[in-house]
Design a protein around this ligand. Structure first.
Ligand SMILES: Cc1cc2nc3c(=O)[nH]c(=O)nc-3n(C[C@H](O)[C@H](O)[C@H](O)COP(=O)(O)O)c2cc1C
Length: 453
């Protein structure tokens, strides 16, 4: 049977999915996808996989796809990053029997993507992208899809989308932020760009991504832009029941997720990261439990902290006075699943007053003892890691340049400075293994012996 394309692929294979869970490294793993599907998600993406590693490493394939197979986890799109047509297609061929389509990540704006030359850093290489999509479209038994970021210019974004459509892309997800809009500069996504793309591409469905935090946003986005579906990442992580239009108590979803993880295990670091996001607002109140969560070394340890958080919430609920409003301008009390608004520059953003005050709250907190995201990730990987500068091991410094000095250096210098000095003075430093004096003496002795003979 010829493979389905464009709108037919979307309506038949993907069941006309409108509610989509985004590809998320370390976060859209099988257990999370199953939880999201139970709560209204109609299509999920795997986390981004590295095409080259996928081709070369059978264990990577097993850990990230083959052992994650589950009949309830369909429709499923596997996402790759790649920058070589042959490698992309080889990886996709190895994945195609386990999914409904293969996606090319053209949106990752992180430094790691810049170094690896993939994601949004391929945005200007239209010739290469055309070759990648064309070959994948020709060789694969499943459709190839793309996830892009926008250019600042609507016109260029539209031409970019049309180029991908022409090359054979069968479904396009448009994240309405530019490559520069990341971290604190994320700001709002431009639905104007997405709307223009939707109008301009004619034979393939388009998903919108960005600014989706609740079901009303989903409906507004579809109405305003005309897209076929809407993808959520951060909104889904903070409220996996977003697509049901519900904001349940956090423990309800935390417990359900932990039960799924017991059946479909995943790395503890992923579980912890999910619970940090689900319990985000509660952990701002019961801060001492953050450390407990970070330190928990087993699934049951993590579950015990989650249970303790539930008890604390229930105590807080019982103390709540009638008519009391959630503090800090939040829409709900901390024990209810709700969006998290990243701190960021306020100029030019179109958010409403409530969102602004939420951001202000986060900014205040960022100024206290909250670790940066990277440090939090490091701490999740190694719960014993500390970032307290007073606990950093102290190195004795080189007298000349301030670099760490060699422990047994006779001059109290680092290796570089020691080498220069020992050479200049024809001296030895056994601590650094430098024997200029000894060698000089040996060679003089040898010369003297030759002259005598
Ligand atoms: C934890 C996390 C991991 C992500 N990993 C990926 C990824 O693997 N591939 C990708 O294309 N985008 C990735 N993204 C970006 C999201 O898919 C999405 O484009 C972005 O977060 C904007 O959507 P949002 O406003 O709903 O959060 C990730 C985002 C988050 C928060």
């Amino acid at each position: 049977m010829p493979k389905l394309q464009g709108f037919e692929f979307w309506s038949r294979t993907l069941g006309g999915a409108r509610h989509v869970v985004a590809p998320m490294v370390d976060q859209s793993e099988l257990a999370w996808r199953l939880l999201s599907r139970r709560h209204g998600a109609q299509l999920c993406y795997t986390p981004m996989l590295h095409a080259q590693v996928f081709v070369r490493d059978a264990n990577y394939r097993k850990d990230n796809l083959y052992c994650e197979v589950c009949p309830e986890d369909r429709p499923l799109i596997v996402q790759f990053c790649a920058n070589d047509p042959e490698v992309f297609v080889q990886a996709a061929l190895l994945a195609q029997d386990y999914c409904d389509a293969v996606d090319l990540n053209l949106g990752c704006p992180q430094m790691i993507a810049k170094r690896g030359h993939y994601g949004a850093f391929l945005q200007e290489e239209w010739d290469l992208l055309q070759r990648m999509i064309l070959l994948a479209h020709e060789k694969l038994s499943v459709p190839v899809t793309c996830k892009i970021r926008v250019f600042p210019e609507i016109d260029k974004t539209v031409k970019y989308a049309q180029m991908l459509e022409k090359a054979g892309c069968q479904l396009l997800t448009v994240h309405g932020r530019t490559k520069e809009q990341k971290g604190p500069l994320s700001g709002t996504a431009s639905w104007e760009h997405i709307k223009a793309v939707r109008k301009a591409v004619t034979i393939i469905p388009v998903f919108a991504n960005g600014n989706i935090q609740c079901l009303q946003d989903v409906e507004r986005c579809i109405r305003d832009t005309g897209v076929q579906g809407v993808m959520s990442a951060e909104g889904n992580l903070h409220n996996p029941a977003l697509f049901e239009g519900r904001s349940p108590a956090v423990w309800e979803l935390a417990e359900e997720y932990l039960d799924i993880v017991r059946q479909h295990p995943c790395p503890l670091s992923c579980v912890r990261a999910h619970l940090f996001k689900l319990w985000h607002h509660t952990l701002q109140v019961h801060r001492q439990l953050r450390e407990e969560l970070a330190k928990a070394k087993t699934l049951e340890g993590v579950a015990a902290v989650s249970q303790e958080l539930k008890l604390r919430c229930q105590e807080d609920m019982s103390r709540q006075k009638e008519g009391e409003k959630p503090p800090g301008g939040l829409p709900f009390f901390h024990w209810i699943c709700q969006p998290y608004f990243r701190p960021g520059p306020r100029e030019g953003s179109k958010e409403n007053g409530a969102a602004r005050s939420k951001r202000a709250l986060e900014e205040e907190e960022a100024g206290t003892d909250v670790l940066s995201k990277n440090k939090q990730k490091k701490q999740l990987r190694n719960p014993h890691k500390t970032f307290d500068p007073s606990l950093k091991p102290k190195y004795a410094k080189c007298d000349q340049c301030g670099n760490p000095k060699g422990n047994r250096c006779v001059f109290n210098l680092c290796r570089g400075c020691c080498k220069k000095r020992a050479f200049r003075e024809a001296a030895d430093c056994p601590g650094h293994g430098l024997l200029f004096k000894t060698k000089l003496e040996k060679s003089l002795a040898w010369k003297g012996a030759r002259q005598l003979s």
